[in-house]
Design a protein. Structure first.
Lengths: 230, 230
DNA sequence: GCCGGAGAAAATGAATGCAAAATTGGGATC
DNA sequence: GATCCCAATTTTGCATTCATTTTCTCCGGC
């Protein structure tokens, strides 16, 4: 009944053999992020095992990790449920992210390398193209890459890790709503300002703009979320 | 994750059976935090199973969670190793924590309740007593409680969670060194200033003092760490 | 007709078993 | 004497199995 995933003989490319539980973590997190599992509803392990084509052992390992990450809640002897993501939770995430954005802005000019700056410029140009053809899904992905690259450029592993976790959780809220296309234009405009401050090395202004950008984006998502929640 | 064993109406007579993997996570994290497992050294699962008195399944589940938390690294088919905590990592943790302390200070005055303020005052008095009798271990614990209470009082779950994780990792570095008793006096003094700003509701000053307190503490720990690392 | 409980079915928590991979040790070769 | 290679042992990854616990169902009592 193995769903044909045991393909350890990959002759062509000597790719590392897939660590099952790691794959399961990512797949499950993706399923939850995309909203394909009802919040608060019980999900039997057997059903997930069949869906993912794995046995219970790696699935349960993945559930433990996702519980630690805060995506699911494990109730002893009563199964796992998807943690609901409500407005308050999203607001909290954006507030915390704002603090980190501020710090990123303050320290970025003194730490970013030319190569990193060039990389970020390239992402920025791609984003402008996405916005012009109103490709919202591509924009969302690129937007995350843009901000992740900014975070990475301060060369602080703890920040990168925490920032990534925050983005993953926020993505859940983002995918739960239909993002207003007009927000893309605002976002690009704010990115322009961010890039200008970054090129100029103006730390305090950069911090301010990053924080404001985060605040406005958060408010837009919250407004949409609370509207669709009715 | 707060050390609450209080609520949860447990049947008085029953020896409560807390889920094994949760216990294992906490025990293993404690072992790592206390430095009882050599960094970077291979640790066979069987040995840990025997030490903790559990079978491999819950142990492996715990390792997955600790890997996600960043305490161990899982190398495919080659076992888990304790992630070394070097100066750079500690510096990164304190830098991130500084950003959060700043945010806590900015928002705390407008959100803290009288009961929370009273609770924090009580912890502060306890800390002063610890300092006077130079009880460093008790001070370290109380100090964490003090700052955790401050974080909790802004009523932001994401912050509480992240802050707790940071504290746990920093604790590892703290226990790896012999903290200089003279630092206790400095800490208490800075706490006095923090409390004064908190009582006065001076958000910006509070933020500044919290961030400075974090920075100084981090520098003290880093100095000790780099000294003993020679 | 509604509620409560005993038993059955199903789901979870943990242990064991088995195959694949890695480490170790020994021996042959240079 | 050192190095390389190959088999034996150990260890890991995952599946399966066993033991509780929970949930569902059905039956009787009120």
């Amino acid at each position: 009944m193995s769903g044909g995933s045991t393909l350890t003989l990959d002759a062509a490319t000597d790719t590392e053999r897939p660590i099952l539980h790691t794959q399961v973590i990512d797949e499950l997190r993706g399923i939850i992020t995309r909203g394909e599992l009802a919040e608060g509803k019980r999900v039997p392990e057997a059903a997930l095992c069949e869906r993912l084509g794995v046995s219970r052992t790696p699935l349960r390992e993945a559930l433990k990790v996702l519980a630690a990450e805060g995506f699911v809640e494990l109730r002893p002897n009563r199964g796992a449920v998807v943690v609901p993501i409500d407005g308050d939770a999203v607001a909290a995430l954006f507030e915390l992210k704002g603090a980190i954005e501020h710090m990123i802005g303050l320290t970025l000019p003194e730490r970013i390398t030319p190569a990193e700056l060039a990389h970020i410029e390239a992402i920025h140009q791609r984003l402008k193209a996405c916005q012009q053809r109103l490709d919202a899904p591509a924009y969302t992905l690129g937007n995350h890459a843009f901000h992740a690259a900014l975070a990475a450029a301060i060369h602080n592993d703890a920040v990168v890790q925490t920032y990534s976790t925050l983005q993953q959780k926020i993505l859940r809220a983002r995918l739960a709503i239909n993002e207003d296309p007009s927000q893309l234009a605002r976002s690009v405009e704010e990115h322009e300002g961010i890039m200008a401050m970054l090129r100029a090395g103006a730390a305090r202004d950069l911090a301010f703009r990053l924080e404001e950008h985060n605040r406005r984006t958060g408010e837009a998502i919250l407004a949409q979320l609370r509207m669709t929640a009715e």
